[in-house]
Design a protein around this ligand. Structure first.
Ligand code: NIG
Ligand code: FE
Length: 406
């Protein structure tokens, strides 16, 4: 049914988390087409107003559709062997330095065809949809050649065309140094700036550009060159920064007006201030923190005090976060990072959307005029979504005003 012929939809008596807060009284929500039309307390609802609406639910907790703003869902191969090596004592960094880690996924991703990558990624994405995700960011970064990075981005785009979810693509060419450029990392950065970014832009495949700013990846100066190339092509930027050490990548990204700085366990006070001044989002990835058994906590109290918006994402990837369960990340954000359940939920709704630059369209909110991406949960209170780790609580998932539960 087209948006114009579809009847308006109404939910009654829901406990509403609007992307920032839980409203103090039971609410009704009215959707027209693909947009939220009205959000009204039950006691103010005039039954005549909803007489022509299709009633879709009564009771339960309603949240915006979840926004997973940082994933690496498209990849070939598995890193279970590396998981075992880490259990025997090897570190993530050691494995990476010996050509494993990201580079082992690069080998498998290069070998896979576009069709194979699509069929591998689809069930991973479906797992996110079953948990309430309606917007997902998907990065490249396991191709590391122009052809293979574009191949990954095409798969990401196709996933968004095939499944009922909004896919935002990010070119992460500067993720690791490919073997062909061993000992010539500046040469590889040149390729990213001069060929990869222009080709991705020309083919409309990238919505943003990301880098991995770290000793085992690229320097602050190299990442800055990538940002300048992205800016020249009008693309927004974001950074994996301060994950394993403090190089100052987040502050540099903030100076360039980055949408977000992600990981940031090693972020210092200067970095926090830089994010505050630029309005960038701090994207916290408790799945990677957990998987790598990191002990350095991101500076949550300082971020909170500075009013830096904090987003939460799965970072779903084969190495540092093979975790495809967004509500588990809400739990981890609270248990590991001591966020409140309200902060964690805002991190996967309103602030997740901000980390993708989509807050301007009110994505991640339940307010009039926002996109009708909604989740109705069989729980007593929004806090329960973070408190209990329990799949199967999603009663309804609405994407662009259409009911679609996967
Ligand atoms: O977000 N930090 C770098 N990149 C990914 C990990 C990728 C991998 O290990 O395959 C991350 O943690
Ligand atoms: Fe990542």
């Amino acid at each position: 049914m087209s948006a114009t012929t579809q009847p308006r939809l109404v939910w009654h008596d829901v406990t509403l988390f609007d992307g920032h807060d839980t409203l103090p009284e039971p609410m009704a929500v009215i959707v027209a087409g693909d947009t939220i039309e009205r959000v009204v307390p039950m006691r103010e609802l005039d039954p005549n107003e909803t007489a022509d609406c299709q009633p879709l639910g009564q009771g339960g907790v309603m949240t915006p559709g979840l926004v997973d703003c940082h994933t690496h869902l498209v990849f070939g191969g598995s890193r279970a062997d590396e998981f075992e090596r880490r259990l025997e004592g090897a570190s993530y960094e050691e494995i990476a330095r010996r050509g494993g880690g990201i580079l082992s996924t690069v080998r498998a991703t290069r070998e896979a065809s576009e069709a194979q990558l699509f069929s591998l990624a689809r069930p991973r994405l479906e797992a996110l949809l079953r948990e309430g995700v309606t917007t997902v960011e998907i990065k490249s970064g396991y191709g590391l050649s122009v052809a293979d990075e574009l191949k990954m981005l095409r798969v990401a785009r196709r996933l968004g065309e095939t499944l009922p979810v909004r896919v935002v693509t990010t070119l992460l060419g500067a993720h690791a140094l490919p073997p062909e450029y061993k000992d010539d990392s500046d040469g590889y950065i040149e390729l990213v700036c001069r060929e990869m970014i222009p080709a991705a832009v020309e083919q409309g495949l990238a919505d943003a550009v990301d880098v991995f700013c770290e000793k085992i990846a690229f320097s602050v100066a190299q990442c800055e060159r990538v940002f300048e190339a992205a800016e020249a092509h009008g693309l927004p930027i974001k950074a994996h920064a301060e994950q394993l050490s403090n190089l100052g990548g987040s502050a540099m990204a903030a100076r360039h007006g980055a949408l977000s700085a992600d990981h940031i366990e090693y972020l210092d006070e200067q970095g926090v201030n830089a994010l505050r001044e630029s309005g960038s989002v701090a994207v916290l990835l408790p799945g990677a923190f957990h998987t790598l058994r990191e002990t350095q906590l991101p500076p949550i109290a300082a971020l909170r005090e500075a009013g830096v918006p904090m987003a939460i994402a799965t970072d779903a990837n084969p190495g540092s976060s093979p975790l495809f369960m967004p509500t588990l990340m809400l739990n981890f954000a609270c248990t590991l990072f001591r966020l409140t359940p309200r902060e964690a939920l805002a991190g996967m709704t309103a602030h997740g959307a901000r980390a993708l630059g989509l807050h301007t369209r009110q994505l991640g909110r339940i307010v009039p005029g926002a996109p009708a991406d909604l989740c109705l949960w069989d729980v007593e209170s929004p806090a329960e979504l973070a408190y209990a780790v329990q799949p199967g609580r999603l009663r309804q998932r609405i994407f662009q005003g259409q009911r679609s539960l996967h």
